[in-house]
Design a protein around this ligand. Sequence first.
Ligand SMILES: Cc1ncc(COP(=O)(O)O)c(C=O)c1O
Length: 364
Amino acid sequence: MGLVVRPCSRTRCLEKGDMHFLHTGITNESGDCLAALYRLGRPMNANVKTLFPRRDEVYDSIVDLIPGPDNPTPMVRVGARFNSNADFELLVKLEGMNPFGSIKDRTAHFMLKNLQLDNGQSLVEPSAGNTGIALAALANAQGIPIEIAVPDGAPEEKKAQLRFLGAELIEVEDELCPIYPSEGARGVVKSMVESAAYRGKYVSPNQYESELNVAAHYCTTGPEIWRQTGGDIDYFFAGIGTGGTITGVGRYLKERNPNIKIIGVEPALRHHRLSGLKRVTGLPEEHFPKILDRDVIDEFVSVTDDEAFEAGIRIARSDGMLVGPTTGAALHAATEWGAAHRGTAVVISGDNAAKYASAYADYL
Ligand SMILES: Cc1ncc(COP(=O)(O)O)c(C=O)c1O
């Protein structure tokens, strides 16, 4: 026999006759509310301790919020107002929901979790923003000092977040998309790590060369996508920066099903405003990202700044998703693809719109 209850005007309160109950929010696997109600006005301690014997929803550290197969970032289906291709399902994996705001939380976590620093040592990393923010937050959580070399063209919002986290910023005259490994921010970090003058003070996790960057996505992002889609995935779209995301996820998905097509999204021009991405087509071999495995990529698609920013604005207005311009780039590539293909595509949304307010303003 179900309880005959009806909602009362108070939040989470249910009314039965003249009694009021707090709705505990406990549901079964189908999402139906279980009759686990407890009466308001009674001493609650005993009840709550019986109902929730472990403090399940309290994390020991912000670091525990970093996703993995058992606590994945959300995946959301794009609606028909944005995606008019009825035979093409478009799913977006929202990496902006990570605790420090981007897909780089995974990379930073994998690179730091087994890294031991000696007393007096500091971390240093070149980053246009997201990796730096994730590393700085994680370093703070571990009490490690950190310096970040940022290209002066990095978005102001990202630099502000790094300062807010207390990271020492080394602003380097540099393009957003410099040539690896000697120029600009990367060159500065390389010399800080290698120069005898610093006597081994600096340690760089080096996302551009670390296989842990690939492992982060092979062990977490890839398995999450496989589980969330129930293996029902035909295409995977991700932007290319260091190549860690597409290599790790692509490798994992291809091992599960070699027919899945892996599509790399890159800026149409070498000079662009898609912070975090790199144009790899046409790069000489010595400058090609070291950890990017070309064998897992079936196609490269180029997207202009205008196409990316406009798609980022369109998805906000059609679906209420607040995503960064690199997501706009991947969404643009995927919708074009969907006009000629059928099946299910997963698109990586690397971060959210908040850090790009001033860049988006130019398109509003
Ligand atoms: C904001 C952002 N940064 C970076 C990347 C690429 O990351 P990676 O360095 O792993 O290639 C993406 C990919 O989608 C992204 O959206």
